[in-house]
Design a protein around this ligand. Sequence first.
Ligand SMILES: *Cc1c(COP(=O)(O)O)cnc(C)c1O
Length: 416
Amino acid sequence: MAYINENFLKLQAGYLFPEISRRVKVFGEANPEAAKRIIRCGIGDVTEPLPPACIAALHRAVDEMAVRETFRGYGPEQGYDFLREAIAQNDFQRHGINIDADEIFVSDGSKCDCGNLLDIFGAGNRIAVMDPVYPVYVDTNVMCGNTGSAKTDGSFEGLVYLPCTAENGFVPDLPATPVDVIYLCYPNNPTGAVATREQLKRWVDYALAHQAIILYDAAYEAYISTPGIPHSIFEIPGARDCAIELRSFSKNGGFTGLRCGYVAIPKTLMGKKKDGGKHPFHALWLRNHTTKFNGVAYPVQRATEALYSPEGQQQVKDLVNFYKGNAALLQAALTTAGLKVYGYTDSPYLWVRGPQGVTSWQLFDRILDKANIVTTPGSGFGAGGEGYFRLSSFNSRANVEEACKRLSDKALFVFG
Ligand SMILES: *Cc1c(COP(=O)(O)O)cnc(C)c1O
C-alpha cells in the first residue's frame, strides 16, 4: 500500500466554510420560512457578468479556434506574448515600474500560484503570515510540510503569525524573530486594509536586510481609490531584489469562473543554495511552470487582454465601482447599527468589529437568526480575527439594499 502525504492530516478539514454551511443548513431546517429570505454576504465570489469587451474577445477567439488557419493548440506555457506585453505595459511600465514582459507568468489564477510557488522554495524557511490571514497561504504551507501540527486555536506550530489589529491599521509590525518568507496581501483579505508606501517600504527594507522574500498578493489592487497607496510592491525601491507579486483577474474583471492570473518574478530576485551560492528564482519558476503547466486557454488569454483595452478598462472601473457602491451602503447601515467598520474604502470587504466581549461565532449566529444574513466569522481567518466578522460587497444591489435594511438595527447587536 502506498504512503500518503500525512501533512494533509494536520489540516483541520477546511474548518471555516464547511462550518458556515452546516450552521446555515441547521438554521434552514429549523426555520424553513426564514431560510427563503437568506442573503449570503459571506463568500468572496463576484456576482456580476463579465465585461462586454471580454465577451466579444471570447467570441472572436472561439471563432478562430473553429478554423484551420487560425486554430491554436498548445501555446507558450508562460502565456502568449500579446498578453504578457499588455500586462507588463499596463500594470507596471505605464506607472514607471520596471517589470518586463518576460518576468510575467500567466496562470489559471492566484490560488494555484500560491500553492505552486512553494515548489521553488527549499525546506527550512521560516515563514511569516498575517493574522488574520487568507487561509490558502497557511494551508499550502501545511500541505508541503513547512509547519508542525495545528494548535487548539487553529494556528500551526512553526509558522510566525504577524498580528494585524485595529491599532496597527491591520499592517503588521516587523517580526521579533528573523523570517525568510513573508506573505503580504494588500488591499487585504479579510480586513480590507491597505498598506501605505512607508509601511511597505519598512517591509521591503526588512526583506533586503534579512535576505527574505516577500510574496505580495495584490488580487484587490483595482479597488484602491485612496491617492498615494501603492498598487504594486514593485513601486517600492529595492522590491525587485526581494519580492514576487501575485495578481488575479478574478476580482477586477470578474474572472472567478473564467480563471486567469499571473505571477511577476523579477530576474534579479535571488535565493540561497546550501553551499552559500545564489540562484535566481525566475529560472526555477520558469522550469516549474513549463514542466507542470501547459498554459491558459487561448480564448481566456484574449479575454484577459481585452480587459486592458480602453473599453475594457472603463468596464472594469464600472464593475469595481458597482461593488464599492455596495460596500458604501453596507458601511452606512452597519455604522447606523452602532458598529465600527474597517476596510471598505479600498477593497470589496467590510471588516466589522462586534460589541466588546462578543465572539465572531456569536455574531454569526445572531445575524443569521435575526437578520437571515450569512457573514464570515473573523475568527475563521485566525485568532487575530476574533470579535470581528467579514461582509462581502460582491452581491446584487437589490440584495445589498435588503441586507442594509436588516443590518441597520441597533437591537441586532445588543447582547446579554
Ligand atoms: C480571491 C483572491 C485571490 C484570487 O484567487 P484566484 O485563484 O485568482 O481566483 C487571491 N488572493 C486573495 C487574497 C483572494 O481573496
